[in-house]
Structure formats: structure tokens, C-alpha cells
Design a protein around this ligand. Structure first.
Ligand SMILES: [Zn+2]
Ligand SMILES: [Zn+2]
Length: 394
């Protein structure tokens, strides 16, 4: 069957590219992917799957039930675009001003639809179920949580989950697989530094919240440089600061927003106390005080060694052992983490980079575009992974 899968997938390459270009031309922001959801639902229905829409607002599930009972594998693609004005001059350029599929989710969806098409033809050979999950709002809308709350992991219960992210850092024809943590956690905190208002000419009569905040911002970096092993990456970023009313008045409060990222769940759990301790020490040293509020976040994306090996062998069969690479972990995040906290799984990287053809921009860039030759490699890896996990012989 092995060669016939390659042939069958080659037979739908144009269809997959057409789907991707259609999504690219009509991008929609997180939790607003209504047109996108409609296209997906229609396609899955035509492939003969049981389709559920409106899961986690605009999410879609296609359920393929094999002929015999067995395990349930979930394959996930994210659906949302970004608030970026596209700068590419291509026939399939975004028609929605200020909105662009600059993170490759258009490709993820096309790949998953292609895989659903191929696997639905093989339904009679497949024991168990495959859940094709199209998740809205990955770019900061916590779409994974919304889908989980709407029961995406139940009925039938999901035993394992896989997903890919494409990117130009890896050349087309190569696949990246990394054991353990492959993307970072991301936790946002709101910090208030309090002082006491007074005339700027007489600092001794007030408590300057802006002066204190300066110390706070610098001291937060000691978390990285003085508290955590250099071999355990952590990023502390202050991305917003607000305070004060005039140049000659001492500010009585300053608001800061910070995001902390790490690859280590144990370290992540200690971050709130560490932040609080530093804030308390610094603010009280200068006669001020503070308040800290957790705004939410996701854990690291951690691959399961068993599922990873399964995807690796599927990937090796697709592109050859020499084309499998171990990518560096990323300090970016992906809410795929929410699924992988609950079921074992694998999140891997698909190469779509080709510098000579101009496919070398990073994701979230207004000129990001992808080498469409990589799409069917994604389809094949997903199809072979499903076969391997659910157990029919190839
Ligand atoms: Zn993104
Ligand atoms: Zn993305």
C-alpha cells in the first residue's frame, strides 16, 4: 500500500494547493473563522465524515469511524489568521485588508483536509477513529481551551493527538521532530507598583512609583541571570508600561505587563512566587508596594516519546531518514499544549522553506509565504502516522 499512498496523495496535490490558496485569499481572525469553517465542514461532509460545527465557537470536527473498534487519534489544524497587512504580490493575495494568513494556518488546514480525504477512502481498513480537529483562535484566543470545554476530547475519547506547524526555517523536504518540550510556556502577569503622589521638586515628600518601576524592570531580569540555570531557558519580557500624569508630578502608580516563558513545567510553577518575592523586595526597599495579577497562559508543548517515535517512522517513510532533523526548541508558544497536557501526542515541524524561490520569511511577517511543494509531504506524514497509530498494515 505504501507506494499507492504516495500516488494517491500526488493525485490530490492540486486540490490541496487550491484549498490553501482559497484560505489564504480569505483569511479570518481568531474566533471569527466563519467562512473558513463553512468550507471545512462542506469538504469533510463530502468526504463522508460525521461533521460537528460550532465547537469552541467556530471550530469544526470531522469524525472518521473505522469499520472495527479501536483507539481514537486526533489530528489538529489551527484556523486563524493575523492582523497583518499582506505585502506579497501573488494571485492568491489576501482580499481582507489588514488580515493575513502569515502563520501558515492556511497550509495546516489544507493539509488536514487532504489527509481526511485520503484516509476516508481507506476507512474500511482502519480500526478505531480519527478525529480531524480544526481549531479556531490559536493566536492568543485560547481556542484549544474553548474546544476542550465543548468536549472535543470526548465522544469518542481521544487517546492521542498530533499536529504540525510549518515554517521556512526548515527547507522543503525536511521534517523536524524534537522529543520533550518543543515550544515554551507563556504566562502573562499584570503588575501594579504603588507610590505616593507629590511635587516633582520635593521627592522626599512622596514615593515615586516610576523610579521604583525602573528598578523592578531591571531586577526582574535577575530571574534569568541569577536564579535559573543557564541551561534552563527562560524569557522575562516587560512589554507594556503605563504611569504618571505630568513631568513635574510624582506618579503614585505604574502598571506593567510582563510575559514569562519557559520550557520546563516545574520551573514554570515557581514563577509567580519568584516574581512576587522580587516585587515585594524592590518596592518595599523604596517605600512603595505592589500588586500582581495572573492574566493566564499556556504550558510548554511537550511531546510524548512513544507518539513521537511513531510520527518519526511515518516521517522517515515519507521523506527518508536523512531528511529528519532535530530542531531547536522555540520560546514561542502554541495552545496545542492544552491538548498535550491531557493526552499524549506529538507536535512537529514541516519544512516549507526555499530561499531561491523566495520562501524564506519568518512566520508573522507581512511577506511570509510558503513553498506549496511541502504541503503533500505534510499530508503523507499525517496519513502514515494515522495508519501507524491505529494499526492496519500498510
Ligand atoms: Zn502564529
Ligand atoms: Zn501558527
Amino acid at each position: 500500500m505504501s507506494d499507492s499512498i504516495k500516488k494517491k496523495i500526488a493525485g490530490i496535490e492540486n486540490e490541496v494547493i487550491t484549498l490553501r490558496r482559497d484560505f489564504h485569499q480569505h483569511p479570518e481572525l481568531g474566533l471569527k473563522e466563519t467562512r473558513t469553517a463553512g468550507i471545512i465542514a462542506g469538504y469533510l461532509e463530502k468526504a463522508g465524515l460525521v461533521v460537528k460545527t460550532g465547537v469552541g465557537r467556530t471550530g469544526v470536527i470531522g469524525l472518521l469511524q473505522g469499520r472495527k473498534p479501536g483507539k481514537t487519534l486526533m489530528i489538529r489544524a489551527d484556523m486563524d489568521a493575523l492582523p497583518i497587512q499582506e505585502e506579497n504580490q501573488v494571485p492568491y493575495r489576501s482580499e481582507n485588508d489588514g488580515v493575513m494568513h502569515a502563520c501558515g494556518h492556511d497550509g495546516h488546514m489544507a493539509i488536514l483536509l487532504g489527509a481526511a480525504q485520503i484516509l476516508s477512502v481507506h476507512r474500511s481498513e482502519i480500526p478505531g477513529n480519527i478525529k480531524f480537529v480544526f481549531q479556531p483562535g490559536e493566536e492568543g484566543y485560547d481556542g484549544a481551551r474553548l474546544m476542550i470545554e465543548d468536549g472535543v476530547l470526548e465522544n469518542p475519547p481521544v487517546d492521542a493527538a498530533i499536529a504540525l506547524h510549518l515554517g521556512c526555517k526548515i527547507r522543503t523536504g525536511k521534517i523536524g521532530l524534537r522529543n520533550g518540550a518543543t515550544m515554551a510556556s507563556s504566562d502573562a502577569f499584570s503588575i501594579r507598583v504603588y507610590g505616593q503622589m507629590g511635587h516633582g521638586a520635593h521627592p522626599e515628600n512622596g514615593v515615586d512609583a516610576i523610579y521604583i518601576s525602573g528598578h523592578v524592570i531591571l531586577s526582574l531580569q535577575s530571574l534569568v541571570s541569577r536564579e535559573v540555570s543557564a541551561l534552563n531557558p527562560v524569557v522575562v519580557h516587560v512589554g507594556m508600561i503605563k504611569g504618571g500624569t505630568a513631568g513635574n508630578i510624582m506618579a503614585d502608580r505604574v502598571t506593567l505587563r510582563t510575559v514569562v516563558r519557559t520550557l520546563d513545567e516545574d520551573l514554570r510553577a515557581t514563577i509567580p512566587q519568584r516574581l512576587d518575592r522580587i516585587l515585594k523586595g524592590i518596592t518595599s526597599a523604596y517605600r512603595g508596594s505592589h500588586e500582581m495579577r495572573y492574566l493566564g497562559g499556556v504550558g510548554p508543548v511537550v511531546n510524548d516519546p512513544v507518539i513521537l517515535e511513531m510520527v518519526r517512522s511515518a516521517a522517515e517513510q515519507t521523506v527518508g531518514r536523512e531528511n529528519i532533523i532535530i530542531p531547536e526548541p522555540s520560546m514561542g508558544s502554541d495552545d496545542m499544549a492544552r491538548f498535550l497536557e491531557r493526552v499524549p501526542g506529538c507536535y512537529f515541524s514541516l519544512g516549507v522553506g526555499n530561499e531561491e524561490k523566495g520562501y524564506n520569511f519568518p512566520v508573522h511577517h507581512p511577506r511570509f509565504d510558503l513553498d506549496e511543494k511541502g504541503l503533500t509531504i505534510g499530508v503523507e506524514t499525517m496519513v502514515r502516522s494515522a495508519f501507524r497509530y491505529l494499526g492496519p498494515t500498510e
